[in-house]
Design a protein around this ligand. Structure first.
Ligand SMILES: [Zn+2]
Length: 53
């Protein structure tokens, strides 16, 4: 899954990856990386749904 323009550093596109130990966000443009807590991930998905509706 990709979150467009979601990078806090460069406003680039963030890809959600799972490295086996957990989910992580990875910016396609600048390489910004961040681990994601499961509850934050659920919240992000909620927000995506709200935007789509
Ligand atoms: Zn970035």
């Amino acid at each position: 899954m990709i979150y467009f323009k979601a990078c806090p550093r460069c406003r680039g596109d963030i890809q959600l990856q799972n490295d086996g130990t957990g989910d992580a966000l990875h910016c396609l443009q600048c390489g910004y990386e961040r681990a994601v807590a499961p509850h934050l991930l659920a919240k992000a998905r909620e927000m995506q749904r709200a935007k789509a509706a």
